[in-house]
Write a protein that binds this ligand. Structure first.
Ligand SMILES: O=C(O)C1=C[C@@H](OP(=O)(O)O)[C@@H](O)[C@H](O)C1
Ligand SMILES: C=C(OP(=O)(O)O)C(=O)O
Length: 430
């Protein structure tokens, strides 16, 4: 699907979708449990992939709106009848790989073209080191994967600079092994707040896991059990980033954009509030009410280290293309291992809209203010975050912008364009 967007002003009240990261963890944690209800869940293409995996391991997953009722496999995943299709979801593939490692027999995991090109090698090595079987069918460290043979607990080394999801996966599975798992990091941890989210969800499901001097540790023999049998998912700050950015660059003069569902949590991406403020926007955050109010402003460039917040890179790049002066995004090499290489994708697509961008391996500099953005035909690269960030740029571009592959917003923010239309954006779906 293509979307066509014209220069627009946004105004009014909207609501953030539930967090994708929390939903994945809560659904899988419920799968590891005897039974649990997940409330306010994100129902999207990616989280449906995790629901499919829980079913494949012998759980039942019933959905009524945003309430997901799970009867789990109680720490003992059954052998799936068929391959598990993780679709476009890296989180599903990593978290499910470690779970599959616990199985008596073998599980086959696959995904779409993008997911089958993302790195899984360090996690496969870890499962192997813990006495499981974990192989890439093409022996290139990428899916399709074959995993199983009753991984046991122990100590395992893993790099921290490829994906934090490997650590999340091992902690979640380690809790139901006999001995537990100690993860020792061999390189600096990137995307660290995502492991904090994991520790928070594990704690809410009654699982003890801790940060250690050289990594993380989870004791074995534990049972997943959320207090009262229920868990509620908070709002998603990566999704909020597009709403805040839209309000800051294209808000109506007489009425701000108000975002509900913005309660604080362990999400590193709440940093977007301070980033947009640093660039000059007026953002008020009532944390008790979970409400953000953003008013339009002339933005200026900033410097941001995205080591902890890789998913914000596309949003910051779009903001940088609109702001005056240079916006420097540092420490971003790991953002190249996502649904697409998002560093190159944003550099090339913003350039089509007239932005002046310098790309380096670990840094992206957007020289804002040199020229005004112009409408163009841009490629969403099959990546939800590229589509949503280019939408932000299109709100101020002179002339019409067409974004291809816009349906991919379904991965994390299924009603994104409806939300944009409700805020006043002129958008047509072809
Ligand atoms: O654990 C998670 O929920 C996620 C971790 C991050 O990935 P990496 O740890 O691979 O950087 C992030 O980019 C992804 O969108 C979600
Ligand atoms: C990278 C992302 O997710 P995943 O790793 O789950 O595919 C994302 O949502 O930006």
């Amino acid at each position: 699907m293509d979307v066509r967007l014209s220069q627009s002003r946004v105004r009014g009240r909207t609501r953030a979708p539930p967090s994708k990261s929390y939903t994945h963890r809560a659904i899988l944690a419920a799968g590891y449990s005897d039974a649990a209800v997940v409330r306010d869940a994100l129902v999207s293409a990616d989280t449906k992939a995790t629901m499919r995996a829980v079913r494949a391991f012998g759980g039942t997953v019933e959905r009524d709106g945003q309430t997901v009722d799970v009867e789990g496999f109680d720490g003992r995943p059954e052998t799936p009848d068929n391959v598990i299709d993780c679709a476009n979801s890296g989180t599903t593939m990593r978290l499910v790989t470690a779970c599959a490692g616990l199985g008596e027999n073998l599980t086959v995991l696959t995904g779409d073209d993008s997911l089958r090109s993302r790195p899984q090698g360090p996690l496969l090595d870890a499962v192997f080191d813990l006495d499981g079987r974990a192989e890439s069918t093409r022996r290139n460290g990428q899916a399709p994967l074959v995993v199983g043979d009753e991984m046991v607990g122990g100590t395992v080394e893993i790099p921290g600079d490829v994906s934090s999801q490997y650590i999340t996966a091992l902690l979640m599975a380690g809790a139901v092994t006999d001995e537990g798992i100690d993860v020792e990091l061999t390189t600096e941890l990137k995307s660290a707040p995502y492991v904090d989210i994991t520790l928070e969800v594990l704690d809410d499901f009654g699982i003890e896991a801790t940060q250690t001097d050289d990594g993380f540790s989870v004791a074995g023999g534990q049972s997943y059990r959320p207090a009262g049998g229920e868990y509620s998912v908070p709002g998603d700050f990566s999704s909020i980033s597009y709403l805040l950015a839209a309000g800051a660059v294209a808000g109506a003069d007489d009425e701000p954009v108000v975002v509900e569902g913005a309660r604080p949590s362990a999400q590193g991406d709440k940093a977007i509030v301070d980033i947009v403020r640093d660039m000059g926007a007026d953002v008020e955050w009532d944390q008790d009410a979970g409400e953000l109010v953003v008013s339009v402003a002339d933005l200026s460039g900033t410097t941001v280290d995205v080591g902890d917040t890789p998913d914000l890179l596309p949003t910051i790049a779009a903001l940088g293309a609109i702001a005056d002066g240079d916006t420097v995004i540092e420490n971003c090499e790991h953002v190249r291992y996502k649904e697409t290489d998002r560093v190159t994708a944003m550099a090339e697509e913003l350039a089509k809209m007239g932005a002046n961008v310098t790309e380096q391996q670990d840094r992206l500099t957007i020289h804002g203010g040199d020229t005004d953005l112009v409408g163009a035909e841009v490629d969403g690269r099959g990546d939800h975050r590229i589509v949503m960030s280019l939408t932000v740029a299109a709100l101020v571009a002179d002339g019409e912008t067409t974004i291809s592959g816009a349906e991919h917003v379904d991965v994390s923010f299924p009603n994104f364009f409806e939300t944009m239309r409700d805020l006043g954006v002129d958008v047509t779906e072809d």
